[in-house]
Design a protein around this ligand. Structure first.
Ligand code: TEU
Length: 541
């Protein structure tokens, strides 16, 4: 009674390498640092690590501006350090997922240096070059980081397109040579034995070939200029799906590898990235009719207001929208989003932990959330993120959620021996750490470990069905059923005591961590901000 594939059974843990563990005292985390913390990760009970980019990069966007797809930036170590990390992870039964950035390169990538050198360079068409429109930008397309997405290049007197920074020119994915070059880089890592890729901005790869201006956004009322227009011609273009299928076919040439897509779209558009179709692929998979990303990231728990009724409706509509055989997934945080505990508060973050680890579908956890880490306070002189520098004071900065991991109670929390880490740590007065939480039996860390242990030991939780998703009086309730067992989860989204109605069973786990294996009678009290897992007495019909 297993879902049979590691990326279905398991839990993914995202590591932002700059911020996890520094091994050489320069204030920035590195690959050897991650290797030194693998025992912690394995003991936590997760099954795979996804590592944000560590490739050679000028770091204009902290590694999401890649200058060489098949190397390691000296800041993070060497390719030998990577090989050691991969071997160390595999020795502990941890899979390794790389962050791959196919949409754009660094402006220092040799491909772009060639492309910009002349209009007739063989790589000219590898990027998106356009003439100006009467001396102005070619059209109204906007950068995700604010302002126009076009930068004028004096050398050849044309503009190039960048979905993000000027230093991140977009590749032309209509060009077969670009596809071949990226696919070769993917093979380089697959041949080394990496277990999959998280594909950056997978829904943005193709742009309208007529370069039509985007329509205005009727709902725009301030914020980033990016949202003043709709991304009609710059996102989720039909031809993108063909590329996703090609990527999947490549990944399927290797066994048990996973393709994950970073895709911020409404549910109906998101689930199309599973790429359902009639014809069977050659793969080993149970779902030969699905040709796309096995896990198109579902960010809707982040984007939905934290209310039991809205989350219940989200779960129902997402489950209903999945193509037959498609495996769901859930995300509560990442390096682009304010920390979970900051968004919904520490008390509800414990409820959220129980939610994501008892829902049907692969959970992806963000490092530090297992400690209840909050955003760090970043003063204006400490800002690193270009998203903040380009549009200061508007809340777009991502530094707060990228603050170093808190390992112990020393001044720099065991993250670095340097006097100053690259980003400040979370404030001293709310400081938490792995060692402090190890010693506190009811800590966040112990809650995550208990939930991860329960999930992996319980087929109903890691691969059973989810039904009866309801939200009476702000308590989210659902049933998970396997072949032999049924569980009911009750999550109190409020700060008040709630009486709940549930069939008889045994309380297996409370988010308070103060009771377990207690008989559950039909009417029971749920304390403020409490979540419980009940194992039901009767077996399924
Ligand atoms: O993020 C894509 C993306 O959509 C983000 O820009 C997001 O909208 C923003 O951070 C606000 O939440 C990916 C990476 O995850 C991000 O770190 C990179 O900066 C970006 O792509 C460019 O590669």
């Amino acid at each position: 009674e297993h879902c049979k594939l590691w990326w279905r059974d398991g839990v993914i843990y995202q590591i932002y390498p700059r911020s996890f563990q520094d091994s050489n005292g320069d204030g920035v985390g590195d690959l050897a640092g991650i290797s030194s913390r693998l025992d912690y990760v394995a003991t936590l009970g997760v099954d795979a690590i996804w590592i944000s980019p560590f490739y050679p990069s000028p770091m204009a966007d902290f590694g999401y501006d890649v200058a060489d797809y098949t190397g390691v930036d000296p800041l993070f170590g060497t390719i030998d350090d990577f090989d050691a990390l991969l071997a160390g992870a595999h020795a502990r039964n941890l899979k390794v997922i790389l962050d791959f950035v196919p949409n754009h390169t660094s402006d220092q990538h040799p491909w772009f240096l060639e492309s910009r050198s002349s209009r007739d360079n063989p790589k000219r068409d590898w990027y998106l070059w356009r003439d100006g429109n009467e001396g102005r930008v070619p059209n109204n397309w906007m950068s995700n980081f604010g302002g126009t997405a076009w930068t004028y290049d004096e050398i050849t007197r044309q503009f190039y397109y960048h979905s993000f920074l000027t230093q991140q020119p977009d590749l032309n994915w209509r060009n077969p040579e670009v596809r071949a070059a990226i696919f070769a880089a993917m093979r380089f890592w697959l041949d080394k034995g990496v277990d999959g890729f998280r594909m950056d901005v997978l829904w943005l790869l193709i742009k309208d070939d007529q370069f039509r201006s985007n329509p205005p956004n009727p709902d725009f009322n301030g914020g980033s200029s990016f949202w003043s227009i709709l991304p009609t011609y710059t996102a989720d273009q039909p031809e993108t799906h063909e590329i996703v299928r090609q990527m999947r076919a490549l990944v399927d040439e290797y066994s048990e590898r996973v393709l994950i897509g970073e895709i911020y779209l409404p549910i109906d558009e998101l689930v199309r990235y599973y790429e359902p179709g009639d014809t069977a692929s050659s793969g080993y998979l149970e779902t030969p009719h699905l040709h796309g990303a096995q896990l198109p990231f579902n960010f809707h728990l982040i984007q939905t207001a934290w209310q039991a009724d809205l989350i219940a409706e989200l779960i129902r509509s997402y489950e209903a929208a999945l193509p037959p055989g498609a495996w769901p997934n859930w995300v509560l945080g990442n390096h682009d989003q304010h920390r979970l505990a900051t968004r919904i508060g520490a008390a509800q973050a414990r409820v959220a932990a129980m939610l994501i680890l008892t829902l049907r579908g692969t959970p992806t956890l963000y490092y530090g959330d297992e400690l209840g880490m909050t955003d760090a306070t970043i003063t204006p002189d400490q800002v690193q993120d270009p998203a903040e520098k380009n549009q200061p004071g508007q809340g777009f900065g991502r530094d707060p959620e990228r603050s170093p991991m808190l390992w112990d109670e020393t001044p720099n929390a065991g993250f670095t021996s340097a006097p100053t880490p690259w980003l400040p740590l979370v404030d001293e007065h709310v400081r938490i750490s792995v060692t402090a939480e190890e010693a506190a039996p009811r800590s966040f860390l112990h809650l995550y470990r208990a939930l991860l242990t329960l999930r992996s030991a319980t087929p109903a939780l890691h691969c059973g069905t989810v039904t009866e998703v309801i939200s009476p009086s702000e308590v989210l309730t659902y049933t998970r059923a396997g072949e032999a067992e049924r569980y009911q989860i009750h999550l109190n989204f409020t700060n008040e005591t709630k009486w709940i109605d549930s069939p008889k069973g045994t309380l297996i786990l409370s988010t308070y961590l103060d009771q377990q294996d207690r008989p559950w009678i039909e009417w029971m009290q749920l304390r403020p901000n409490e979540g419980v897992v009940i194992k039901l007495n009767e077996s399924p019909q």
